[in-house]
Structures are given as structure tokens and as C-alpha cells.
Design a protein around this ligand. Structure first.
Ligand code: NAP
Length: 284
């Protein structure tokens, strides 16, 4: 059996085309959606992500700007900028690119963003709303995965879902979304005993580990939906997911590729959250 491929690139493009009309409608009413991305330091991977986020906004007619600081900047300078942006009526979304340099208190910085502008969905208020099953802003990567389930007509109700990884950015919110959708959810981590026994019974398997080709074909239940969140850079410079794609393709029922899978969906859902923030502000 060869798995059906869930094409994140195509779905991202389809969704972005659909966003244009909403952006136009908001702009016509004087509420052009605006996103500010704050970057501290010059990590090359972060610079690429930030550039893609800003360009993603601009290509669908939104306002977007990047604010950069040297890695040595003091935390108060960044907190003051966030306070200024919280009060700016033209800015609907504020995002601080992670990771921050070691001298920063990441939690304090994320909590400083007004919850109604927290388009990454990392503010405690938004995490709490998601946990209660009434999400306001859903973290972009797992939100993108949910859209991929929708596109692949994957019914989650009553399914065994296994998430490998428990980070605040991917694993935990992914698990909450699956719980909210009626799946029976297991979240694995680096201390999980007998990982294989969990993954092999998964109808839905989400890998968010950060280790290239970690999920191999023998770990996958035949016909399972395999979602690869991982983005790993190999020594030859190529991108590789957390799933051994070639091997799992022959076992899974549906699978996402890397690149061209979850990655393009993440930025797309950031745009979705920012547009939604602007619509809420405009009372639409
Ligand atoms: P992270 O914070 O490093 O978390 C990795 C998780 O994997 C941790 O919970 C860790 O467990 C778990 N883990 C590590 N080794 C394991 C093992 N042997 N067995 C079971 N679990 C294990 O990473 P992240 O931020 O969630 O990101 C995960 C991957 O997704 C990375 O490749 C990242 O680049 C990628 N990513 C992609 C997107 C996208 O847009 N596609 C967005 C964000 C992240 P412990 O908690 O016990 O350490």
C-alpha cells in the first residue's frame, strides 16, 4: 500500500488565496490587518522564518513589519516595545520569534503581549482557553495540522492518536486539539517506556521530536495517518522530517512530506490568526 500524501504546500496556497478577500474587506473598512514580528539576535534559521512570515503577510495585502534587536539588548527594551505595540490600533498581531537569548525570561516576554494580539497562541490566557475547549488563538503549527486533517477527510472521533513530543509550541497544543476533537490521546516524551507499543496502535501519529527519520516504518500501524512536524537540517544542507518518509509511505494510509507538509501550513495559520484578530477588533 502506498499512502495518500497530504500536500501542505497546495493547501497553504489554497487557504492564502481565500484570505485575500477577507484582507480586502477589512482594509476597505480601515482595518488593514497588521502583524509585527520581533526578532532578537541574528540566528540564521530565525531570520529565514521571520522573513517568510513578513512576506507571507505582504503577499496577501496585509501590513507587516519586522523589528530587530541585537542579541545583547536588555529585556526591558523589548518589553517597552511590546507595550507600545499593544497600544497601537493598527497592529493586530505581535509575535516574538523564539528562541530568545539566554538572558531573557521567555515566559515573561510572551505574557507581556496582549492576549488579543497573541497570534502565536502562547499567552497563558490563550493556552487556558484552548485547554477548556474554547480556543481564541490556536498555536499555528498544530492549527495547521488540524486543517490538514480536514483536507484529508480524517475523522478524529474515537481514534487512537499518539503525539510524540510535549513542547508548548507543538506537542501539548496538538494533544489538546486532538482531545477537543474527540480522539483518545497519548502524549509521548523522551522518557516514555516502550514507545513502539504506543505508536503501533496509533490511528493518528504526530511526530514533533526534532530528530531526523525518528519514526520508522515498523513503528507505524498499517493505514495510519502520519503527520511529520519535524524540520531538521541534514549535514548535506537538505531538510528532513522526523519521519522516515520513504519507509512509512509504504505502511501509512496518509502521510505529510517534508518539505511541503506542515511547514507551509504554520505561516498560513499565522496569517489566519492575524486576520481573525483584525476581524474581532473591527467587530466582524
Ligand atoms: P522540542 O521543544 O525540542 O520538543 C521535542 C520533544 O520530543 C520533547 O517533548 C522531547 O521529550 C521529545 N523527544 C525527544 N526525544 C524523544 C524520544 N527518543 N522519544 C520520545 N520523545 C522524544 O521541539 P519542538 O519545538 O516541539 O519541535 C519539534 C520538531 O518540530 C523540530 O524538528 C522543530 O524544528 C519542528 N517544528 C516545526 C514547525 C513547523 O512549522 N513545521 C514548527 C515548530 C517546530 P522531553 O520533553 O522529555 O525532552
Amino acid at each position: 500500500m502506498t499512502a495518500q500524501i497530504i500536500d501542505g504546500k497546495a493547501l497553504a496556497e489554497e487557504l492564502r488565496q481565500g484570505f485575500k478577500a477577507r484582507v480586502e474587506a477589512l482594509t476597505a473598512k480601515g482595518h488593514k490587518p497588521g502583524l509585527v514580528v520581533i526578532l532578537v539576535g541574528a540566528d540564521p534559521a530565525s531570520e529565514v522564518y521571520v522573513r517568510n512570515k513578513v512576506n507571507g503577510c505582504l503577499t496577501i495585502g496585509m501590513h507587516s513589519e519586522k523589528i530587530t534587536y541585537e542579541a545583547t539588548v536588555d529585556q526591558d527594551t523589548v518589553l517597552n516595545k511590546i507595550a507600545e505595540l499593544n497600544a497601537d490600533p493598527n497592529i493586530h498581531g505581535i509575535l516574538v520569534q523564539l528562541p530568545l537569548p539566554k538572558h531573557f525570561d521567555e515566559e515573561k516576554v510572551l505574557e507581556a503581549i496582549a492576549a488579543e494580539k497573541d497570534v502565536d497562541g502562547f499567552h497563558a490566557e490563550n493556552v487556558g482557553a484552548l485547554a477548556q475547549g474554547n480556543p481564541r488563538f490556536i498555536p499555528c503549527t498544530p492549527y495547521g495540522v488540524m486543517k490538514m486533517f480536514e483536507k484529508g477527510n480524517v475523522d478524529l472521533t474515537g481514534k487512537e492518536a499518539v503525539v510524540i513530543g510535549r513542547s508548548n509550541i507543538v506537542g501539548k497544543p496538538m494533544a489538546l486539539l486532538l482531545i477537543n476533537a474527540g480522539a483518545t490521546v497519548t502524549v509521548c516524551n523522551s522518557r516514555t517506556k516502550d514507545l513502539l507499543s504506543h505508536t503501533r496502535r496509533a490511528d493518528i501519529l504526530v511526530a514533533a521530536v526534532g530528530k531526523p527519520k525518528f519514526v520508522t516504518a515498523d513503528m507505524v500501524k498499517p493505514g495510519a495517518v502520519v503527520i511529520d512536524v519535524g524540520i531538521n537540517r541534514l549535514p548535506d544542507g537538505k531538510l528532513c522530517g522526523d519521519v522516515d518518509y520513504a519507509g512509512c509511505l509504504e505502511v501509512a494510509g496518509q502521510i505529510t512530506p517534508v518539505p511541503g507538509g506542515v511547514g507551509p501550513m504554520t505561516i498560513t495559520m499565522l496569517l489566519a490568526n492575524t486576520i481573525e484578530a483584525a476581524e474581532r477588533k473591527a467587530g466582524l
